[in-house]
Design a protein around this ligand. Structure first.
Ligand SMILES: Cc1cc2nc3c(=O)[nH]c(=O)nc-3n(C[C@H](O)[C@H](O)[C@H](O)COP(=O)(O)O)c2cc1C
Length: 198
């Protein structure tokens, strides 16, 4: 790599939970020594507008480098471009299917395929409910290929005060997968933290 910074590929697809992608980028933007390579699907841009009234530019302003999902020749489409891995947040069932079945028809699925073939860390924040058998099978396939399925489930045990708090917690736990520190993140310290009240 050109300097000591590490690279993380961040893909945002069109599943519900646009705020998760935005929050992860905000947290990552504050982390020292990380270079972010961002790809947004066109459905992600629509979902961000509908859920947050935010545009593509809001996400892009937080990334080091932005790639078009159509640019199959981008740096991150090659394994020779070294990265620490990739996260798809949120990950739609469509994108999950593409990744699980090795269909590299856009840059998100190609970069995920490369991440798996290079045995780098791939975290998929899959979002759908309820799940049908196809979704479940695709999650199994992706897991068998080395991906980490990490649905956006709040840490109820940490007592989030708001949805925003829960979103920050979930995005922070995704960054934990890459050993990226988020200052002030709540962590379970054992039942002793309850002062022996249990
Ligand atoms: C507001 C909104 C919410 C959506 N939520 C989900 C969802 O939670 N999970 C999902 O798999 N697809 C969801 N979709 C459908 C995807 O956006 C759609 O399947 C799209 O083709 C995914 O494309 P992509 O994988 O390229 O982003 C949603 C669509 C909209 C407009």
């Amino acid at each position: 790599m050109s300097d000591s910074r590490q690279r993380l590929i961040v893909a945002v697809s069109g599943a519900s939970g646009s705020l998760l992608g935005l929050r992860l980028l905000q947290l990552l933007n504050q982390a020292e020594g990380w270079e972010t390579h961002l790809v947004l699907s066109s459905a992600a841009v629509l979902t961000a507008k509908l859920e947050l009234n935010e545009s593509r530019e809001t996400f892009e302003a937080l990334a080091t480098q932005v790639h078009s999902n159509k640019d199959i020749g981008a740096s991150i489409a090659s394994g020779s471009f070294r990265t620490a891995g990739m996260v798809v947040i949120p990950c739609s069932m469509n994108t999950l299917s593409g990744i699980a079945n090795g269909a590299s028809s856009n840059l998100i699925t190609r970069a995920a395929d490369v991440t798996l073939k290079e045995r780098r860390r791939l975290v998929l924040v899959t979002r759908e409910a309820p799940l049908n058998l196809i979704h479940l099978r695709n999650m199994t396939l992706a897991t068998e290929a080395g991906a980490i399925i990490m649905p956006p489930v709040p840490s109820f045990y940490l007592g989030p005060c708001s949805l925003d708090d829960a979103v920050t917690q979930m995005a922070g736990r995704v960054l934990d997968q890459f050993n990226i520190d988020v200052p002030g993140m709540k962590r379970w310290e054992g039942t002793a933290q309850e002062g022996g009240k249990l």
